[in-house]
Write a protein that binds this ligand. Structure first.
Ligand SMILES: NC(=O)c1ccc[n+]([C@@H]2O[C@H](COP(=O)([O-])OP(=O)(O)OC[C@H]3O[C@@H](n4cnc5c(N)ncnc54)[C@H](OP(=O)(O)O)[C@@H]3O)[C@@H](O)[C@H]2O)c1
Length: 358
């Protein structure tokens, strides 16, 4: 165990060798109340974590953990070894593992999309059959700034998607404060390649990404669209539809989202900043001053998000920008922030707040 901590909760990670799993290891190791005591994956089962995940080599308490293989039938046994499990798995597999662990009495934080969408039919349209639809109503959408109340005491937490996190953080305050029209809303997002996970593919291959910049899943084709619309609709108190275009950028980490919406009559950029400031206070989302813009470089490796607002007075369009690290704020650090709230701890407990700069 990390010598500086007095852990109260034993934690497991299933899918520890993936990119979000590796990021969870980093965050949990630095957390004063969490102790990583169980790790699982498939291909490296039986190996030491220091071998399976070289970023842990030489770290006491981590490198010597043995990677195990997990099957849902083992959930009851695992319940005597850990208090909390993060499932950092592809959708479908994540729901099956999480359901068994939840039924065994554990706190489950699911990094996949499996418990994010409230509507089963919407989930099945985008992801295929849901293995455990009855649990959807029990899960809490784990966006800490917008669901803090529901997260208190939650036992099944759906960690938000990376693109939705950036879009929600930038736009939801403006919708909640009725500062923008509900249509049109255009969300242009750019993500680093780690967003696609560690499995190599033609589109994430270095020569295909290193010197280029391209949109993908254009014109309403990306799976994060219904999640973005679900949460923006909740903030607006009305059904909201958006145009969302993701892009792949030649960098490892980071998402920059630039969103455009029509201002309601009389609203100003100052009011947009004030609405976001009211919502986020002095927490982990920083509202930047006028003429200062978010940059993925300034949040890399951090749980912090930066948001900024400007208005084109000629067109009366607001430009709302958010920068996050897709693996930290967009996945693992935010998932731990949600767990903190579920456990009754301050949300920022143990989280990396200062970016890896440059
Ligand atoms: N990458 C991001 O920026 C990001 C952000 C937010 C949310 N997410 C979501 O988080 C989840 C994990 O993403 P990731 O990027 O960490 O993925 P990843 O890098 O591809 O890692 C997946 C992990 O799951 C294991 N695994 C793969 N298929 C499995 C299966 N069928 N059954 C059991 N284990 C399996 C892998 O272990 P083996 O290699 O041993 O099979 C690996 O440890 C996904 O649902 C993803 O959508 C990702």
């Amino acid at each position: 165990m990390n010598a500086t901590k007095s852990a109260q909760y034993r934690v497991g990670i299933i899918g520890v060798t993936g990119y979000t799993g590796a990021e969870l290891v980093r965050v949990i190791h630095a957390h004063p109340a969490l102790e990583l005591s169980y790790v699982a994956a498939r291909e490296t089962a039986g190996k030491r974590l220091g071998h399976a995940l070289p970023s842990t080599r030489g770290v006491p308490g981590l490198a010597d953990l043995v990677v195990e293989s997990f099957e849902p039938e083992q959930a009851a046994q695992l319940a005597s070894r850990v208090d909390v499990v993060f499932t950092a798995l592809p959708h479908g597999a994540s729901a099956r593992a999480g359901a068994a662990l939840f039924e065994a009495g554990l706190i489950v934080v699911d990094l996949s999309a499996d418990y994010r969408l409230r509507d089963v039919a919407t989930y099945e349209k985008w992801y295929g059959p849901h293995p455990t639809p009855a649990l959807i109503a029990t899960a809490v959408y784990g966006q800490p700034e917008w669901h803090a109340e529901q997260l208190r005491g939650a036992r099944l937490i759906a960690a938000p998607g990376c693109y939705p996190t950036s879009a929600i953080l930038a736009l939801a305050p403006l919708l909640e404060a009725s500062l923008i029209e509900h249509s049109p809303i255009i969300i242009d997002s750019k993500s680093g390649v780690s967003g696609a996970g560690k499995a190599p593919s033609q589109s994430s291959h270095f020569p295909e990404t290193a010197e280029g910049l391209r949109p993908y899943k254009v014109a309403g084709a990306h799976r994060h669209l219904p999640e973005i619309e679900q949460e923006l609709s909740r903030a607006a108190g009305a059904h909201v539809q958006v145009t969302f275009t993701p892009h792949l950028v030649p960098m490892n980490r980071g998402i920059l989202t630039t969103a455009y919406a029509r201002l309601r009559s009389g609203a100003s950029a100052d009011q947009c900043r004030a609405a976001a400031q009211d919502k986020y206070g002095s927490g982990l989302v920083s509202v930047l001053p006028a003429d200062s813009w978010p940059d993925t470089l300034h949040v890399r490796g951090s749980a912090r998000a930066h948001v900024g607002y400007g208005v084109d007075v000629r067109t009366q369009m607001v430009v709302a920008v958010a920068a996050i690290d897709n693996l930290a704020r967009g996945a693992s650090a935010q998932a731990v922030q949600a767990l903190n709230l579920a456990l009754g701890l301050p949300g920022e407990t143990g989280l990396p707040e200062v970016a890896l700069y440059p």
